[in-house]
Structures are given as C-alpha cells and as structure tokens.
Write a protein of this length. Sequence first.
Length: 206
Amino acid sequence: MGQGKPLVIPQLIVGLGNPEPKYDHTRHNIGFEFVDRLAADWGATLQDHRKFQGVWAEVRRNGQKLGLLKPTTYMNRSGQSLRAVIDWYKIPPESVLVVYDDMDLPLGRLRLRLQGSAGGHNGIKSIISHLGTQKFPRLRIGIGKTQLKGDRPTISHVLGKFAPAEKPILNDVLGLAEEALALSLREGVEKAMSLYNARSVESSQS
C-alpha cells in the first residue's frame, strides 16, 4: 500500500541561528553556516528581506525553484520568519527542510527526519508553534555535547565557536549535508535518510 506515497522534496531550506556578528560561526549557528555555504556553492545572493524577517535568496536547482532562508528574529522566534515565507509562497510544511544544530549527535554526524518533536531546541519549538504541526523534515547536524553538568556549560558550549581541530570535521560534515540535500532534491528526503543517517565524516573517508 505504501508504494504510492509521494516523494518529500524540499522547496525551502531554512538554516537556524542567531543574528549579530558575535554569534557568527558558533555551534548554535551551524544552520546559518550551511545556508551560507549553499548560497556560495549555488551562486545565490542572500539579501535582507523585511517582510520575511530574515535573509533570503531564491535559486533554481534541478529545474525547480528553491528558497534559502536565515531567520533574523533570534532563535526562539524562528517560526515567525518561516511562517511569513510559507504563507507568501503557499509552501506546505512537509516541503520545508529545517537545518539546525544537535548536541545529542557527535560532530561529524547528521540526521534527517521527516517529522518529530522539538527535542528541547528553541528554534524548532517556535517553528512547531507557528506552523501548528511537527510534520516538517529536518536535518540535524551534530555539534557534540559538553562534558560538564548543568545549564550554564550547555549554553556556553552551544554559543561557543568551534575549536581549530574541529574545523576540518565541520567542513567535511557540511559537505556531507550538502550531498544529502542534493539527493533529497532528486529522489526525496526518505531516500537521503536511508543513505546518510548512518554515515559520519570518519566512515565516509575510510
């Protein structure tokens, strides 16, 4: 019966992060970094878009139009920006791919999902609240977990920058994420999930 299910093909890629230069290249802004990388590789120019409360570009890939969005509302209000875009373009939530950091995954790993809870991530909480559904695909990129206990070390970890030794792994995993996205655009998110959720930067180079 499941054979006739339509493919989930992203029409909008949303990278989560916080605006302001002090947050540039922090672990929590890995979604921004991914969208910046896509824009550079695809020859797109991201520009401030007041109506969308974010930085925005439109591109064509594989003959289809795609939006790239970095909400500039701060992480815990990301849903406002995303809602403005999907209302304007009439994009269904299942065609939105949200890219963000995940402390429960080690650096070098990524995980694609078609839906799910916020898992404590404030950006995703805001999006679920504004969309009224958990049914939107997401690409989580591992940032590793701090070994210290309590909230304060966690905050300083996610708002901290990557160490020099982590930069090559970060670069490689963003490349892996780009490959997973390219496959999602061609053959659907589920196909990319089956191939990329088990991979890590280390194993992909062996």
